[in-house]
Write a protein that binds this ligand. Structure first.
Ligand code: IMP
Ligand code: MG
Length: 180
């Protein structure tokens, strides 16, 4: 395992993004922050603890990889509970890879009549993109490597590493990533 982004660099960047969001949404009555389970949880908690604007939180869970699923087909496993009609929504994700997951969720949020929908993603694997996705708040751009830690898993392992690491062992060739 090779450390790609240290705990210190994550902390610093998360604080910068939080300051941007605080500034952009100043005066917002309540920002609905929607995380995509499970990978976004560590990032979302650290980010939201730094916001001073009023927020509510909710979660989606999706499944994008599976035996009978074609690329680009994203299934919603858990939907949000809150009504977002007329609300400002910030979608929070760990990583944008092909973009299929985010495309699907962003379309759904807009379809439901949110007043505004923006995307905040910690990591951007630009070179792996299959569908265009606009990232309004971005942590880091990374090479198309398989990374784990700070919420990201391989086979449900390594999520609790406090930094982002590149999985270099043969393990990453052994199986596809588990759902989000
Ligand atoms: P998408 O390909 O942009 O739809 O990304 C789908 C999901 O795959 C992401 O939300 C992550 O949960 C997962 N994923 C993509 N790349 C990685 C990675 O490098 N490590 C761990 N999970 C990943
Ligand atoms: Mg994810």
């Amino acid at each position: 395992m090779r450390v790609l982004i240290s705990q210190q660099d994550l902390d610093r960047r998360v604080a910068e993004i939080a300051a941007d969001i605080d500034r952009d949404y100043a005066g917002c009555e309540r920002l609905i922050c929607v995380g995509v389970l499970k990978g976004s949880v560590f990032f979302m908690v650290d980010l939201l603890k730094r916001l001073t604007i009023p927020v509510s939180i909710d979660f989606f869970q999706t499944a994008s990889y599976g035996a009978n699923v074609s690329p680009g087909e994203v299934r919603i496993r858990k939907d949000i509970d809150l009504s977002i009609r007329g609300k400002d929504v910030l979608l929070i994700e760990d990583i944008v890879d092909t973009g299929y997951t985010l495309r699907t969720i962003l379309d759904l949020l807009r379809f439901r009549g949110a007043r505004s929908v923006k995307l905040c993603a910690l990591l951007d694997k630009q070179a792996a993109r299959q569908v265009p996705v606009q990232i309004d708040y971005k942590g880091f751009e990374i090479e198309p490597l398989f990374v784990v830690g700070y919420g990201l898993d391989f086979d449900e392992k390594y999520r609790n590493l406090p930094y982002i690491s590149v999985l270099e062992s043969d393990e990453s060739d052994a199986a596809p990533p588990s759902p989000s």
